[in-house]
Write a protein that binds this ligand. Sequence first.
Ligand code: S3P
Length: 419
Amino acid sequence: MPFLGQFAPPGDKSISHRLVLMSLLAEGRMHVAGLSVCEDVNASLDIFRALGGSASPEADGLSVVGLGGRWRGPDNLVLDCRNSGTTFRLLMGLLASRPGRFVLDGDSQLRRRPMERVAEPLRLMGASVETQNGKPPVSVVGQALTGIVHQLTDASAQLKGALLLAGLSAAGRTVVVEPAKTRDHTERLINHWGGQVAVDGLRLTLTPGPLTLPPFFAAPGDPSSAAFFLAAAAMIPGSRVTAVNVLLSHGRTGFLRVLDRMGAKVSMTLTSDTPEPVGEVAVAYDGPLSAVEVSASEVPSLIDEIPILALAATQAQGVTIFRQVDELRIKETDRLMSIRHQLGALGARAAVEGDDLIVEGPTSFILPDSLDSGHDHRLAMTLTMALKAAKASIPVLGRESIPVSYPNFDQHLSELWQD
Ligand code: S3P
């Protein structure tokens, strides 16, 4: 029973957040097609509207009117980012830079995630940002900011994005140096919308200035959503799955390079390249997978795909090592431990040594009474795929978290799975 067929994954979550949140700063009107309708992006959209932004449904998309930085709300208005770390961190940067007093908050998972990594560099720019012992709720009082030169210690696109968005309204240039290349959607969109970010390897130099919305923007499909079906196809004999209209930027397709190294048949066709590379990708089972080593410098390009790649590693011959994946400890759950425990519950040999995740395969799954995603959407989808590979059906607790990123996951699951 393989996965077979073609599907269009939902709009890319990272790009969708930026389209909505950066419209708080930009002038003009834009028709957006393909915006993700996942719960995380809805949180961004609700906040955009709560701050005075207008986004109205139209045939085939959404019409967004830029707020040009003139957001408003009563003092200390609480903006609920729900489960979305990207909403929270990008907003910290935006709100820090223009007048207004706001409180950012979120659900119980978001309330355990670190925010000082964003607050600290923002304070160096002159921002007034207070966390509760480093975590949400966070209060932000908008100030006149000054650009800084800042070397990031964490490879995080959310953090980089927050500083760039703050820098757009600051006096003087903002220079951000990354420790490793992370997804580049913020800088691409700034340049696409008339701003100026010069990229020189890991060094980004932003010149402050206004942004103007293009009349039309089509959000491509999310490779991080497509990854669940593509990786499942790589490990289940007889499978071949094609994702169409999917974002194929280098910073997001590390998982495809890893699946290729593991021995799956991966082919990509680029259909357009501006403002983001978009195309079609097919993955087919091509015999048993082999273990690989995933280096620390590759991790940012596949950070959200580690759960599903770890599952693929349980079916690969040998010891797969994911180097320095400690960032996983601060995702929606402590994903490093959840992966180890849940794959362990299936009888897989998964261990954490220091900050490395080690999976030894191949494994014939054993079935516990249930699996527990801990309400982590990416874990829930990974465990669902584990049960497809095991040809078994047991409850996956916390499955209702899946629409956080992939509202029509179950529809695609039933369309692509050949009973
Ligand atoms: C994201 C960046 C990554 C990723 C998250 C989305 C973004 O987080 O895990 O799902 O859109 O910028 P970090 O920046 O915390 O690594």
